[in-house]
Design a protein around this ligand. Structure first.
Ligand SMILES: [Zn+2]
Length: 186
């Protein structure tokens, strides 16, 4: 997906997840901008969809930052929430790119194998003409929406951890119980 789309769609998704209500309006804009940063590897002689699109930059480093924030941020929740949003927007970026445009070298520099899921499409042919039912773009956007929906539960997750001073795993299990009780409500 193109860089402007990453900005616009992340902005819309974060507003839809109510990130602006519990935080400043600056938060959705800041993280929509951060969502575009992997595309910096299109410039300065770097390898496009490779240098900043790999699993280390988009998944493992944000996960490490989340663990560090949960371990060391004793008072307040700013870094915990920010690092979770960082993981969501960067993972969302690379998932969208799997389904659109050129291939992504996801495990670079370990391996230069390229991932491209653009064949993920379903068309019907009527009178020799093809009509799309499912396109790679829409599948990518669907998965992206599921990932960014995590932002909707951000405050509940971090506030549970902040209240109980227990680990991230405990907060996630409590959140799952909370979501189950919401679903049972009439
Ligand atoms: Zn990209």
């Amino acid at each position: 997906m193109d860089t402007l789309f990453h900005f616009l769609f992340t902005l819309i998704a974060l507003y839809a997840a109510r990130v602006h209500i519990n935080h400043h309006h600056l938060a959705p804009f800041a993280f929509a901008f951060i969502a575009t940063l992997p595309d910096m590897d299109h410039f300065f002689g770097m390898v496009p969809r490779c240098t900043f699109h790999n699993v280390f930059v988009t998944v493992l480093i944000p996960l490490l930052l989340i663990l560090l924030a949960f371990k060391f941020e004793r008072y307040g929740t700013f870094w915990k929430k920010s690092m979770i949003l960082l993981l969501l927007v960067l993972t969302g970026h690379v998932v969208l790119d799997f389904f659109t445009g050129n291939s992504v070298m996801f495990i670079y520099p370990v391996n230069e194998q390229a991932i491209n899921l653009q064949g993920f499409a379903y068309w019907v042919t009527i009178d020799g003409r093809q009509y799309p039912v499912v396109s790679p773009d829409s599948v990518g956007i669907l998965i992206y929406c599921f990932i960014l929906a995590g932002a909707f539960f951000l405050d509940e997750l971090v506030d549970i951890q902040d209240r109980t001073h227990r680990g991230l795993g405990y907060a996630m299990s409590r959140l799952v119980e909370q979501v189950k009780s919401w679903l049972r409500e009439p």
